[in-house]
Design a protein around this ligand. Structure first.
Ligand SMILES: [Zn+2]
Length: 211
């Protein structure tokens, strides 16, 4: 199988002296693939970068909407609140179960689970938050033994005060980040040029002849 050039989509660059082009390919199974959007103008390629925004998977066949913008090269990067910058990536329960507990439950929720664990001999009796912890404990640490779950919960409670990025801290920053990121994107949009790429007519003719 091989990808073949199907047609070119293009538009005039902002200075008017060059073109901005994207080649669209297809293969023997009628799948198609968009090549990169290329600024074929010396002046404009020095001033802009192409940024692509897509919904869903980014594949046109999945109904994604794909929009290309020219963004001034000197436009500043987002530098507002960032959950990952402040607290690092979210803990993976398989590698860091204690961290995962702290990031997904409040101190009160863990204390409630601890109380239940201290009162029962069988983890099958656990309810609410404690039952949720039992289920994830089983997946991550392969045991539903009350003693083992209790040890994990107590470790999380011990580390809680020192931990940076617990559930509530992350939630608060995530909300802030979402608001600031939206404001950043909206402001940036004023400086971006939306590209309306159109099928090149001469290539279109070839396409019709081919079919
Ligand atoms: Zn240009």
């Amino acid at each position: 199988m091989s990808w073949e050039e199907m047609y070119t989509e293009e538009t005039t660059c902002p200075c008017g002296e060059g073109r901005i082009k994207q080649i669209v390919y297809d293969d023997d199974w009628n799948r198609y693939l968009n090549g990169p959007v290329v600024i074929e103008c010396e002046k404009c390629s020095k001033r802009y970068i192409v940024e692509t925004i897509s919904t869903n998977s980014g594949l046109p066949s999945d109904g994604s909407v794909i929009v290309h913008f020219l963004t001034p090269k000197d436009y500043p990067e987002y530098s507002g609140s960032s959950e990952v910058k402040a607290y690092g990536n979210a803990a993976n329960p398989n590698w860091d179960y204690t961290g995962w507990l702290i990031e997904n439950f409040t101190e009160d929720e863990l204390k409630n689970a601890e109380e239940q664990l201290l009162r029962t001999k069988s983890s099958a009796n656990l309810i609410g938050v404690a039952a949720k912890i039992r289920d994830t404990h089983k997946r991550a640490l392969k045991t539903v033994c009350v003693g083992a779950i209790l040890a994990s919960v107590e470790e999380a409670l011990n580390l809680y005060p020192e931990y940076r990025g617990n559930k509530l801290q992350r939630e608060e920053l995530r909300k802030k980040e979402k608001i600031e990121m939206t404001a950043y994107r909206n402001e940036k949009r004023k400086y971006q040029i939306r590209l309306e790429l159109r099928r090149n007519s001469s290539c279109q003719k070839q396409l019709y002849q081919k079919k």
